[in-house]
Design a protein around this ligand. Structure first.
Ligand SMILES: [Zn+2]
Length: 431
């Protein structure tokens, strides 16, 4: 069925939300937003969402970690039936964009309004969710609200996390009036859809309206330490050095070439990055004594990720032999690749076809709340095109027409999953 959405209403919501934490600039292409959990801007964004949910006829609940959920029980629906859910997040990275997160929240709100405006009364309740602290810019490592809701992280641990000022998440949420009770329970949902901006150029290059994500890549973080010997840069002869930074330089290139090898032979989606170096003592006139490297490895299959990590181990062993350094490799963070629900992907493709919108399959290189929810119930992740693939940046942009097109697909998929193909839905589908 085709469900027309109100593009202006959606735009107005995203633009209103963009003003909370707006970063002023002279660049007409920039639309910066800093919306960190527990700030005044964050409170205003949450207040506005609650208002919009209530205006659309949803009952609003806030859980113990500040996740916000609106619930619509259509006339004639079984209030106890497992709801169909959709949403994303409202927080941002510092000086981030206005679409990353809010598009998915307000597209879900607009989808509910579109279903109601079409006179459709689905069989199941529909739930709109906004998860706390997806970005991990202020408390923890990200995906916090969805991790607690799905039992990956316990609520006490999350609430005890502190921001830079030493304030706990519990206190920050209390201060802005968003420390609620209980927990959202995605395991009790029939399914979950998240619409997000792509943050890459696949859709833009292909000229396609909507991406249907097959797999969210797994992520491994390694912390590597390379220990040499700090010494006087003038008085230490070249053949008498154990230079940790020179060794680390080889390690950086080894990780890059290992990832390139996997891309050529095994899996073109694999990526490996040494994204951070901490050099000690980091002084121009001292031979570097110790370097800590942060390594990020991602792919859609676990096997190719392990191959890159193995190559990193081999590189370190070789550096120990050839350069006399000592090394350690710790792996403090790992999530496996997460497949999205085949059932929901089919529904999304059908909804796109019904709406006259083009859609292709792709993978997601970034983590999203849908990844956590997928551990609890069937989950799908849809992408709208990102101009030039730019994100986490004030120049992040998705055309308003593209936002509306993707929202139409989301609305159709939600209506289908909520059982709108019943009596009233069949009529709506024929118009
Ligand atoms: Zn996001």
């Amino acid at each position: 069925m085709r469900l027309p959405v109100d593009a202006d209403r959606l735009r107005s919501d995203i633009e209103t939300n963009a003003a909370f934490g707006r970063v002023e600039t002279d660049d007409p292409e920039a639309h910066g937003r800093t919306n960190r959990t527990g700030t005044e801007a964050n409170r205003k964004a949450r207040d506005y969402l609650v208002e919009r949910l209530r205006d659309a006829g949803l009952d609003v609940a806030v859980d113990a970690v500040g996740n916000v959920a609106g619930r619509w029980v259509p006339n004639g629906a079984d209030p106890d039936a497992a709801p169909v859910a959709s949403g994303s997040h409202l927080d941002s990275v510092p000086d981030g964009g206005i679409f990353d997160g809010p598009l998915g929240v307000y597209a879900a709100v607009e989808a509910v309004r579109a279903i109601r405006d079409a006179g459709i009364e689905p069989d199941r309740p529909v739930l709109v969710s906004s998860f706390t602290e997806e970005e991990g810019s202020t408390f923890g490592d990200g995906l916090l609200g969805s991790s607690v809701a799905t039992g990956e992280t316990d609520a006490e641990t999350a609430l005890a996390l502190e921001n830079d000022a030493g304030e706990t998440l519990a206190d920050a949420l209390s201060r802005i009036g968003y420390r609620g009770e209980g927990l959202l329970d995605p395991a009790s949902w029939d399914c979950f859809f998240e619409l997000h901006v792509e943050q890459d150029t696949v859709l833009e290059s292909a000229g396609v309206d909507v991406g249907v994500v097959t797999t969210i890549t797994g992520i491994t973080h390694c912390v590597v330490e390379i220990m040499g010997e700090a010494n006087h840069a003038g008085a230490t002869a070249m053949d008498d050095r154990t230079d940790a930074l020179a060794a680390a330089s080889e390690f950086v290139l080894d990780v890059e070439s290992a990832a390139n090898d996997i891309v050529e032979t095994d899996s073109e989606t694999a990526v490996g990055t040494v994204g951070s170096l901490s050099v000690s003592p980091n002084a121009t006139n001292v031979v570097p004594g110790c370097v800590a490297c942060g390594v990020d490895v991602r792919d859609v299959t676990r096997g190719s990720m392990e191959e890159i990590v193995s190559a990193a181990h081999e590189s370190l062993a070789r550096l120990e032999r050839n350069r006399g350094v000592e090394t350690t490799l710790d792996r403090p963070f790992h999530v496996d690749p997460t497949g999205m629900s085949d059932r929901l992907r089919t529904v999304a493709h059908d909804a796109a076809a019904d709406a006259g919108r083009s859609a292709i399959d792709l993978h997601s290189g970034a983590a999203h709340d849908a990844m956590r929810v997928a551990g609890a119930t069937d989950a799908a992740l849809l992408f709208a095109p990102s101009r030039d693939g730019v994100s986490h940046n004030p120049r992040e942009w998705t055309d308003w027409g593209d936002c509306a097109a993707a929202t139409e697909v989301l609305a159709g998929a939600l209506a289908e999953m909520a059982g709108a193909a019943g009596a009233t839905g069949a009529e709506a589908g024929s118009t």
